[in-house]
Design a protein around this ligand. Sequence first.
Ligand code: AMP
Length: 304
Amino acid sequence: MSVLVVGSLALDSIETPFGSAKDKVGGSATFISAAASYFNSPIRLVGVVGGDFPQEGIDFLERRNVDLEGLQVIREGKTFRWAGRYHYDLNERDTLSTDLNVFEKFDPVIPEKYRKNNIICLGNIDPVLQRRVLDQLEKPRFVVCDTMNYWIERKNEELRETLKQINVLILNDSEARLLSHEPNLFKAGRTIRQMGPSVVIVKKGEHGALLLTDQLVFSAPAYPMENIFDPTGAGDAFAGGFVGWLARTDDMSEENLKRAVIYGSTLASFCVEKFGVDGLADLTYLSIQDRFRQFRELSRFDED
Ligand code: AMP
């Protein structure tokens, strides 16, 4: 099964307590596609960049075998830019600036051959664009959607419309509280499920992730990491690992969603070990499997 990824391609400027970088290739679609590419299913990207997007970004995606037929290049436009600063508590991040640039007028066009039989991963972009993508698809197999505070605050009504058409919403704990107006995450998950998605995944940074459905509460640990360089893209890498596994197995049962959450956590853990997308550049399926198994050991215990 193939994965259709729609989201931002960006030039990110990042400050962490351990260093800083300017105009690093990033964006939700870049991180998601790279992470999903390790599961051997075709990955198709739809997005937009300006004439200033570096060739190195294109080369990176091509090396990961990502199909770029749906990538629009606006030669006279500027690429989306985002700047953020992390604190010693790496779960805390300030957005310093968001310049939508070519995204302001972006009209996603899904190539004919991408319209059927995909798992869809709607990366973090304007919910209006996310819906325009869904409108062009024929019976998507499964729709996974990511969002963030920027859109919850600015496009709440539009986001609510998008939520009616998706299967899974992935968001972090503060975003879940913001969207649901509910401090308790289990209640927040229930409130969000009433908005549309039957599955809600709440990411809790270095404290793991919760998979919530009407029947299930599954709590995944986070990988104990001593060297986190740059958390940017961790959430997207999580989404990429999650959809990558679902595409490989074509099994949306709750047991398999649990595995997908652990694969998501695995890819996120690789992502944060280096700056920008570098952590997702040279993995092997074997190294991913190895870390996946370590996750099982983290919370396995005997009854007596
Ligand atoms: P994450 O750390 O997983 O939340 O994702 C960070 C990535 O999201 C960065 O590469 C940014 O370029 C991208 N990003 C940040 N804000 C937005 C936004 N408002 N719309 C689309 N992409 C964004």
